[in-house]
Design a protein around this ligand. Structure first.
Ligand code: NDP
Length: 353
């Protein structure tokens, strides 16, 4: 079968041929429809994040997939059911976090991540997975199901951020998303129904499809070159929620300045080992005296995938169409992984329903 993988010592993904996998007991065989590409895939290709499966000379990419059950293999799933796979798997015997049903809370050395760290991904014509890690979804998601995994990360992040504000009567009116990549834009769409005023920060000139999308959603575009994050309260307003999806390390600290009294910042970006000076004492004081919170969040699990499905179902149809700007066949792998200014979300299509 066709698969898209990066080989050891190589710095670009290639189309390879590998045997179709046979499902182990408890696994189902899935025929892949579509797999999304995101920032993490580029980090895996560059070798700055994750790692190859043990003993393998290549890693199949892809962790944002939608597919159809080809062979339920005696599991509770039915042939033809549309499914989305979760990302984390136990490294051998289930660890405590998997036993508790909270693999998203496991430390990095107590889990594998399909397509990212220590396990092959879903960018192949077929993949197998324990049925317990395949989330059944409605047929309407055959093309947009690739958005469920990234949106599930937002569902988890917001659940944790809101939980940190649950001990009092939190008044939330304004939210700021840092980053106009796919994760930022998905999150912005999610926040429209919960906040009176929403903002999304980027660093691009008009015309730009992400700015068009931000404004079509009803949010305000903030150009970080004109208004740095720390100046947002003075130029616009203090924020009750800041959601960081840039991976720009300074934003973690600037978020504290952007937050209103009692606000919460949630960080998802994955920066490198950047070093810089911060006004540590002032920011510490601002956190304490303002009852502000900063929460980090990574990955997600079944209930977050289910919530993502509901959130996406409630969005207007045009949103998915405008977010997924490019779809390629597996053979066009080089073009699919090229950066282009008019691209938002790129998808590899292995098959259609
Ligand atoms: P992208 O790299 O596609 O998007 C990042 C966006 O942030 C880009 O649009 C970029 O702008 C913008 N940006 C970066 N730096 C700045 C800056 N200084 N000022 C303004 N805008 C800036 O990534 P994704 O949307 O896929 O993901 C966002 C981040 O979240 C990544 O770091 C990713 O690794 C991480 N992530 C974390 C997850 C988790 O569970 N914690 C899950 C998924 C992703 P431009 O394009 O113009 O350069």
């Amino acid at each position: 079968m066709k698969a898209i993988a990066v080989e050891r010592g190589d710095s670009r993904p290639r189309l390879i041929d590998k045997p179709r996998p046979d499902p182990d007991p408890g696994d189902a065989l899935v025929r892949t429809l579509r797999v999304g590409i995101d920032g993490t895939d580029f980090e895996v290709i560059e070798g700055t994040h994750g790692g190859f499966p043990a003993g393998s000379d290549h890693q199949v990419l892809g962790h944002e997939a939608v597919g159809v059950v080809e062979d339920p293999n005696g599991t509770d799933l039915e042939a033809g059911q549309l499914v989305v796979p979760t990302v984390r798997r136990p490294p051998g015997d289930a660890t405590e976090y998997f036993r508790r049903g909270e693999p998203d809370m496991a430390p990095p050395d107590e889990c594998l991540e399909r397509g990212i760290d220590g396990a092959h991904g879903y960018m192949a014509e077929y993949f197998t997975s324990p049925a317990a890690f395949l989330v059944p979804i409605p047929d309407a998601f055959a093309t947009t199901g690739v958005l469920i995994e990234p949106m599930s990360n937002t569902e988890k992040a917001l659940e944790h951020a809101y939980a940190s504000r649950s001990a009092f009567d939190w008044q939330r009116d304004a939210a700021l998303v840092l980053g106009n990549g796919p994760l930022g834009l998905l999150t912005l769409s999610r926040l429209q129904s919960e906040f009176d005023r929403t903002y999304c920060l980027g660093r691009r000139d008009r015309p730009d499809p992400t700015i068009d999308l931000i404004e079509r959603l009803g949010a305000t575009y903030v150009d970080s070159r004109e208004t740095p994050v720390a100046d947002v309260p003075a130029v616009y307003e203090p924020m009750d929620l800041v959601y960081e999806a840039t991976g720009y390390a300074r934003h973690a600290f600037d978020t504290i300045d952007a937050l209103d009294q009692n606000g919460v910042g949630v960080l998802l970006g994955l920066p490198g080992d950047d070093e810089f000076d911060v006004a540590g004492g002032r920011l510490h004081r601002r956190l304490v005296l303002g009852n502000r919170a900063i929460v980090g969040s990574v990955n997600s699990h079944i209930e977050h995938f289910e919530a993502a499905c509901e959130t996406l179902s409630a969005l207007p149809d045009w949103f998915g169409d405008e977010l997924i700007t490019d779809t390629f066949e597996p053979a066009a792998v080089d073009e699919a992984f090229e950066a282009a200014p008019d691209r938002i979300k790129t998808v590899i299509e292995f098959d259609s329903r």
